[in-house]
Structure formats: structure tokens, C-alpha cells
Design a protein around this ligand. Structure first.
Ligand SMILES: NC(=O)c1ccc[n+]([C@@H]2O[C@H](COP(=O)([O-])OP(=O)(O)OC[C@H]3O[C@@H](n4cnc5c(N)ncnc54)[C@H](O)[C@@H]3O)[C@@H](O)[C@H]2O)c1
Length: 329
């Protein structure tokens, strides 16, 4: 019988350390050609300012970590203000790759935030300077929390500057996360102060650039995770032009990431400006950071393989801990 895992169940078993290990393996298998992952389906619902994404993937290649999964996720930007609901809501079906039988149904809201954080964790591990200590965080929402957790997992961060348009969200985030991670978090009203750090995370729902590329200092690493439609972007053309650009997956970003598509359409960069997909660096097929001074940028739109790799780990952890409820369907 399939195991039903609620959001609380997933929260109980999944740590950021486990999520980073699972997602890193997912990226490696993707680069090695062991993942089947069609471009996700996108249904736009402009009447309600939302989108619906269907994200299937099969991950092979790993001893014991094989996974077959489908996540359905919606992104409704007005949810927090209008309905008190999260922007991102998801559910995932996990199948047995040998038989196709359904083995788990799990909430994928927390899972999405964890695997999105984990992708930035993997990127930061391979691309940020080893001595990176300060983090500028744009966004005080759901994704920003797990972005912060992930960066702190892979670098010894001792200072966090936080910028969000919403002052209340800023203050709440700073109080909650500084206590949880025992790190000082300084909310600011000045986006430039937020940029002047060793690592920058852009995790907002903005559809236009949130800072100026001219503010970014040499040696910075940037994770850009917020925008994922061709017409929207968080990063300006100058930021993209000045950076060594690594994507979660080149073809997915060329289909969805306005941060890259808009500068290409402007003629400011060509597709060749994209250095690699992250998995190529993880698998040792391409170099990561090559000098102290270069600006590195990880752009993610989110991949089904991240969900598949994380979900099978959640299932294993839940089984081992006796968490979840078996249900007949
Ligand atoms: N790359 C991925 O894999 C991935 C995965 C999940 C979600 N996302 C995207 O990440 C974004 C954030 O998602 P969330 O769930 O955290 O949303 P959220 O609504 O919880 O938080 C977004 C925050 O951004 C702030 N914001 C908006 N415009 C801003 C600006 N110009 N400057 C500073 N702050 C600004 C808002 O005030 C809000 O606090 C969404 O666009 C979502 O689609 C990406």
C-alpha cells in the first residue's frame, strides 16, 4: 500500500544535509545521461495570476537511489496576500521503477523549498569562494528560508544582510531565522548593502531586476532562483554579462529563464555565454570557479530530477523512522 506523507512528515525526516546530498547526486546522474526528464508542462492561468507545472522524471544510475516521480506544483503569486496561502503548492507521486506501482504520495511544498535550497547549496559548494563568509539575501519568503539554510550548510556564514520590499516579512524572517540558525541577520532598506557580500541569493517573486549589476563586486557568487518565465527576471543584463553563468540545466533555462532569455533577445549575450549545467561541474566534466576574482552565477528554474532524487530519500527516511500512513487507494 502507498505511504501517505504529509508536509509535517516530510519536515520531520528531511534535513538540508540529506537534501543537498540527494540533489547533488541527481545533478550528477543528469550530466551522466542517466535521467529521463521531459521539459515540464506549463499551464498558465492569467485570470488568477497563476501557473501549473507538471514535472515527471526517472533517475537511474545510482545504487539504491533509483527514482520515478511526478510532481504537480502551482505557483500563485497573490496567494499570500489574498488568501493566506503559500505561493508554491505541490504534491508528488513516487512510483516503484521496477513495477510502476505507486509507493508514496507526499506533500511537495516543503520538499520543493528544500530541493530548491539544496540546488543552491550544491552550486555554492562548487562555485563560491572557499573563504566566503557573508551572504546578501533578497527575499524573505518561503524559498529564502531554505536558501539560507543551504548556503549555511556549505560555507561558514557569519553575517547575513536581508532585503525584502515587505518590511514586516523582513523583520519576521530575521527574528525567526537568526534564532533558528544562530546567525545574526540584519534587515536593510538598501538593496545595494545587500549586494555587497561574498554570496548573493535572489529568491523573490519580482518580475523585474532587483539590483544593479554594477554593484556586484569581484569574486561574488550569486544564486538566482526566483524567476522562471521567459518574460520575467530578477537579474539585470549587466549582472549576466559580467558573470560566469551556470544553469541548473541549459535547455530548461533557455526555455524558461527570462534572466538569460531577455539578454539573449537584446543581443547582449549569446547562448555560448552559458558556461555549463551544474551537473557537468559536479560530475567533473567542466570546471567550476577558476579564479578568486571571477563573478559566478547559478541560475535555476527548478528541475523534476531534484524532486525525484529528494523524494526517494524522503521515502527511505520515512520508512526507516516509521513516519507516514499506509493508505489503500
Ligand atoms: N528555481 C526554483 O527551483 C524555484 C522553486 C520554487 C519557487 N521558485 C520561485 O521563487 C520565487 C519566490 O517563491 P516563494 O515561495 O519564496 O514566494 P513568497 O511569496 O513566499 O516570497 C517572495 C518574497 O519576495 C518579496 N519580493 C517581491 N518583489 C521583491 C523585490 N523587488 N525586492 C525584494 N523582495 C521582493 C516578497 O515581498 C516576498 O516576501 C517565486 O517566483 C517562485 O516561483 C523557484
Amino acid at each position: 500500500m502507498p505511504l501517505l506523507l504529509t508536509r509535517k512528515d516530510v519536515e520531520q525526516v528531511l534535513t538540508m544535509k540529506d537534501a543537498i546530498a540527494a540533489v547533488e547526486e541527481g545533478f550528477r546522474q543528469l550530466a551522466l545521461g542517466n535521467v529521463t526528464m521531459p521539459q515540464r508542462t506549463v499551464i498558465r492561468i492569467p485570470e488568477h495570476h497563476g501557473i501549473h507545472l507538471g514535472m515527471p522524471a526517472y533517475m537511474g544510475g545510482t545504487e539504491g537511489g533509483e527514482s520515478l516521480a511526478l510532481k504537480v506544483v502551482t505557483v500563485y503569486h497573490d496567494n499570500p496576500s489574498k488568501f493566506g496561502l503559500p505561493t508554491t503548492i505541490g504534491t508528488l507521486l513516487l512510483n516503484d521503477p521496477h513495477t510502476g506501482a505507486l509507493v508514496a504520495i507526499m506533500d511537495a511544498g516543503f520538499l520543493t523549498a528544500m530541493r530548491t535550497g539544496a540546488a543552491s547549496g550544491v552550486a555554492t559548494k562548487y562555485l563560491a569562494r572557499e573563504d566566503a563568509r557573508s551572504l546578501g539575501l533578497f527575499g524573505a519568503g518561503v524559498q529564502a528560508r531554505t536558501q539560507l539554510m543551504a548556503v549555511c550548510e556549505v560555507r561558514s556564514i557569519d553575517r547575513v544582510i536581508l532585503y525584502d520590499l515587505n518590511e514586516e516579512a523582513r523583520e519576521k524572517f530575521a527574528a525567526e531565522m537568526s534564532e533558528r540558525l544562530s546567525i545574526p541577520i540584519e534587515p536593510t532598506e538598501d538593496p545595494q548593502t545587500c549586494v555587497e557580500n561574498d554570496i548573493i541569493v535572489a529568491a523573490t517573486s519580482s518580475s523585474t531586476p532587483i539590483f544593479e549589476g554594477s554593484w556586484v563586486e569581484e569574486g561574488t557568487h550569486i544564486n538566482g532562483i526566483g524567476s522562471h518565465t521567459p518574460q520575467t527576471r530578477e537579474l539585470d543584463t549587466e549582472t549576466i554579462q559580467n558573470a560566469k553563468v551556470v544553469t541548473d540545466y541549459i535547455s530548461a533555462c533557455l526555455a524558461e529563464a527570462g534572466d538569460l532569455i531577455i539578454p539573449i533577445q537584446e543581443g547582449a549575450i549569446s547562448e555560448d555565454h552559458i558556461h555549463a549545467s551544474l551537473g557537468e561541474i559536479v560530475a567533473g566534466l567542466k570546471p567550476g570557479r577558476e579564479s578568486v576574482g571571477e563573478i559566478t552565477l547559478f541560475k535555476s528554474v527548478g528541475l523534476a530530477v531534484q524532486d525525484a532524487a529528494t523524494a526517494v530519500r524522503v521515502y527511505e527516511l520515512a520508512q526507516a523512522a516509521g513516519v507516514g500512513e499506509e493508505v489503500e487507494i
